[in-house]
Design a protein around this ligand. Structure first.
Ligand code: SF4
Length: 365
C-alpha cells in the first residue's frame, strides 16, 4: 500500500513492478527537446503518457493538473513540479493548479484562511519567481474550498466508489474522519474537471506526481472509466518523479527542517546548507584518491543533477572526476554551494517582486 499522506521513502523499481507504472525511458526518444528531469531519469515512470505526446506532436488540446497542498514551506525538491509546469506551459498545455486547502484541513488540520495565506506567500510567490507565467490565459488556479464545479463533480464521483474500495486503496480505518475520506474525491474532481464541457470537453490530461500520489491517480483512472457514458472522460495520464534526498540522506521534507533547503532561505543559508549535506565521499582523502567517490549516493551530486548544472557535458565531467578520485568532496562542495548561492540570489530578488502578483492570482485568474 502507498500512503499519500506519509513521507516514506519508496522503492521505485518495486513500484514499477507492482502497480503497473511503465518506465519513462521507453517513451523518451519520442519527446522533442526533453527537459533535464526527463533526460536524466528523474522522471522515471508514466501511465499512458503516449496520448500526451500525441497531443503535443499534433498541437491539439491537452491539460496538466498539478495541485499544491499548503501545509509548510516549499523546499528545493518542490521546484521539480514548477519546472515541469513551465515546460508544459511552453508546449501549449492548459494548466490547472488546485490549491488543496480542503485536504490541508482534513489531513493537516489547517484552517482555510491559513491555507490561503500560505498558498499566496509561500507557494504562488515561488511559482512566479521560478518562472511560471500566471498572466497567460491558459492557466487556472483555484482554492478547492471555493470551486463549486470541482465540489459538485466530487459529489457525483462519490456515487461510483464504495467504502471498501477506499479502505483498500488508502488504508482508511473506522477512526478516519469523514472529511479525510472525502478528500480523495475532491482530488479526483480536480483531475477530471478540465474535461467538462465548460473547459472544452474530453481531452488528454497529465498529472505529474511523486509516486506517493499514485493512489489518487489509480482511483481517478477507475472513476473516469466508470463515467465513460456520462462524461466521456479520457483516463488521465501521469508521470512519476523521484524525490530529492534530504541534506541528511533521508527524504527532504518540509516538516524536518534539517533535511531541507527552503526556497525562502537566504542565499547565504542555502550556501551553508549545501556544505553540510551528506556526500558519497570516502572515509579519508587517501581512500577517495584511490577508490574514487560515490556520486550515486551523494546528496551534493543530486543537487547538481536535479537543479544546478544544465549542461550534460559539465555534469558528466563532475561525475567522472568524482569516480576517478581526481576531485575531492571539499572542492566539489564549494563549487556546488556557490552555484546554489547564485541561484538563490536571483530567486530571492524575483520572490520580492512576485509577492504582489501572487496575492492577486486567486481573485483575478
Ligand atoms: Fe559527491 Fe562531489 Fe564528493 Fe563526489 S566529489 S562524492 S560528487 S561531493
Amino acid at each position: 500500500m502507498i500512503d499519500p499522506w506519509s513521507s516514506a521513502v519508496l522503492d521505485y523499481e518495486k513500484l514499477i513492478e507492482q502497480f503497473g507504472i511503465k518506465p519513462f525511458s521507453e517513451l523518451l526518444p519520442e519527446v522533442d527537446n526533453p527537459p533535464i528531469l526527463m533526460k536524466r531519469g528523474i522522471i522515471f515512470g508514466q501511465r499512458d503518457y503516449g496520448r500526451i505526446l500525441k497531443a503535443m506532436h499534433e498541437k491539439s488540446e491537452f491539460a496538466v493538473v498539478s495541485g499544491m497542498m499548503p501545509s509548510g514551506k516549499m523546499h528545493i525538491g518542490h521546484k521539480m513540479i514548477v519546472d515541469q509546469l513551465i515546460w508544459y506551459q511552453d508546449h501549449g498545455a492548459d494548466i490547472f493548479i488546485p490549491i488543496a486547502d480542503m485536504e490541508s484541513y482534513s489531513a493537516r488540520n489547517i484552517d482555510f484562511e491559513d491555507s490561503k495565506e500560505l498558498a499566496i506567500l509561500e507557494y504562488l510567490t515561488n511559482y512566479i519567481a521560478l518562472g511560471l507565467d500566471f498572466k497567460k490565459k491558459n492557466i487556472h488556479c483555484y482554492l478547492q474550498s471555493e470551486n463549486r464545479t470541482v465540489q459538485n463533480l466530487a459529489y457525483l464521483t462519490g456515487k461510483k466508489v464504495n467504502l471498501n474500495e477506499m479502505r483498500s486503496i488508502y488504508g482508511f480505518s473506522g477512526s478516519t474522519n469523514i472529511s479525510h475520506l472525502y478528500v480523495p474525491l475532491i482530488q479526483v474532481a480536480d483531475i477530471l474537471h478540465p474535461q467538462l464541457e465548460e473547459f472544452g470537453g474530453p481531452k488528454p490530461t497529465v498529472v505529474p506526481v511523486g509516486p506517493d500520489q499514485d493512489p489518487h491517480i489509480r482511483l481517478t483512472r477507475d472513476i473516469a472509466e466508470r463515467f465513460k457514458n456520462k462524461f466521456n472522460f479520457i483516463a488521465p495520464s501521469s508521470t512519476y518523479h523521484r524525490f530529492i534526498t534530504g541534506l541528511t540522506g533521508d527524504k527532504m521534507s518540509s516538516s524536518k527542517p534539517k533535511t531541507a533547503i527552503f526556497l525562502s532561505d537566504s542565499p547565504e543559508i542555502a550556501e551553508k546548507k549545501v556544505k553540510t549535506a551528506k556526500t558519497g565521499g570516502r572515509e579519508s582523502l587517501e581512500d577517495q584518491k584511490k577508490l574514487g567517490g560515490m556520486p550515486e549516493v551523494c546528496v551534493v551530486y543530486e543537487m547538481l543533477l536535479y537543479h544546478l548544472v544544465k549542461s550534460d557535458q559539465k555534469l558528466e565531467k563532475i561525475f567522472n572526476n568524482c569516480k576517478n578520485g581526481t576531485m575531492m568532496c571539499g572542492e566539489c562542495k564549494i563549487q556546488a554551494s556557490t552555484m546554489m548561492k547564485n541561484f538563490f540570489e536571483k530567486l530571492s530578488k524575483k520572490r520580492t517582486d512576485a509577492e504582489g502578483e501572487a496575492r492577486k492570482i486567486l481573485s483575478e485568474y
